[in-house]
Ligand binder design. Structure first.
Ligand SMILES: *Cc1c(COP(=O)(O)O)cnc(C)c1O
Length: 385
């Protein structure tokens, strides 16, 4: 099938700065400092500063940033960690790899962000931390989070893999908790040309432990004080990310403008059961994804709408079709269908529409027009039968 509007197109980011990226790669080749090289140090400084954190420690992936980051915060065996059921599975994998016990809670149906009242109810004497996932590019309210953490004496460990430079309540993603995990998977708001991740923290001890954990647990060469691993962000990836970072704010601004256009174009369809996820953070939402709900009030099913999109050459996605607590690999955690009604309902209703810097306003309008047409056709079918 011919793709008219792709879900993501990274060429719009890379083509205008192709020469810069090429020369950054060339200079790493010339320097030969492939592991823990200068560009990595430079990028760690630049990204942590941009995110209002004191330290950045580059690792091999966002998943490693979570798994090793939790260990760096001394969260592990015997500790319960609260996380939303409706996140990408990597959040859960990180908790399990750290040796901690994941405790799922439900989300708010309007934003898909973790429900802090449900989180309060899930706190026990073993709870050590909460992982707010800044899902789709919107932060969980930092003021509410800090209040929650203070009330229950818990650590906040942010999963900011979808929220590079997002802001809310005057805080930037990555500066709210004891530490925060980022991913530079290619299609994230800031993406490498391969895998990558980073832990941000303003706690010197956490930063030092993380620096050891990613490098075989070594305090210095051949002296190992922590059960670490090999998980460093390649100098080559850091060099590319360093070239892309100055453009990130502009790319995020483009995403926000496109989202506002989606919102206004979709407004007439809200009464027909097509409901965009709510933006509660004004200009601070960085729209990693633009997600709508196809509710029961709609005359068309999500599946049929997706089929129409395929026929129209418009790519869409579902983030995510199965909540973590229902994934077969984690059945041993003992959760079941019905445990988290909002997360389960969302998994059936959500649809992610094309969203990337370089997507045009007319493509946004065409995408929404496709939904409007389908709803209109459905109505005619119903009237004629
Ligand atoms: C992408 C993502 C991760 C994992 O990052 P990787 O770099 O792919 O390992 C973790 N959490 C969330 C919410 C993500 O979107």
């Amino acid at each position: 099938m011919n793709v008219k509007i792709p879900f993501v197109d990274l060429n719009f980011q890379h083509q205008p700065i192709q020469n810069k990226i090429n020369s950054a790669i060339q200079s790493v080749l010339q320097n030969g400092d492939f592991i823990l090289g200068q560009a990595l140090t430079d990028f760690e400084k630049a990204f942590s500063a941009a995110s209002h954190a004191l330290f950045g420690i580059g690792v091999a992936s966002g998943t490693d940033a979570i798994a090793l980051g939790l260990q760096a915060c001394n969260i592990g065996v015997g500790d319960e960690v609260i996380l939303p059921a409706n996140t990408f599975v990597a959040t859960l994998i990180g908790v399990i790899r750290a040796g901690a016990t994941p405790i799922f809670v439900d989300c708010c149906p309007k934003t898909a962000l973790i429900d802090l009242e449900a989180a309060s109810a899930a706190v026990t004497s073993k709870t050590k931390a909460i992982i707010p996932v800044h899902l789709y590019g919107q932060m969980v309210s930092p003021l509410k989070l800090l209040n929650f953490a203070k009330t229950h004496d818990l650590l906040i460990f942010e999963d900011a893999a979808q929220a590079h430079l997002a802001t809310r309540d005057g805080y930037r993603a990555g500066s709210v908790g004891i530490a925060a995990a980022f991913s530079f998977y290619p299609s994230k708001n800031l993406g490498a040309i391969g895998d990558g991740g980073m832990l941000l923290t303003s706690d010197a001890e956490v930063a030092q432990k993380m620096t050891r954990l990613r490098n075989y647990g070594a305090s210095y060469k051949y002296y190992h004080t922590d059960p670490g691993t090999n998980s460093r962000l390649d100098t080559l990836q850091a060099a590319v990310l360093l070239e892309k970072l100055p453009y990130l704010s502009e790319w995020n601004r483009q995403r926000l403008h496109l989202a506002k256009l989606y919102d206004s174009e979709l407004a007439p369809l809200v009464s027909k059961g097509i409901i965009p996820m709510q933006n509660q953070s004004d200009e601070g939402h960085v729209y990693h994804l633009y997600v709508v709900k196809i509710t029961e009030d709609s005359s068309i099913s999500r599946q049929d709408l997706q089929q129409k999109f395929i026929e129209a050459g418009i790519q869409t996605g579902i983030h995510y079709p199965i909540p973590c607590h229902l994934q077969p690999a984690f059945a041993n955690l003992g959760y079941q269908m019905g445990d988290f009604p909002h997360a389960e309902a969302l998994a059936k209703q959500i649809l992610s529409l094309p969203m990337y810097p370089g997507l045009t306003p007319s493509q946004v309008k065409e995408t929404v027009a496709t939904i409007a047409e389908v709803l209109c056709e459905q109505k005619l079918v119903i009237l004629n039968t």
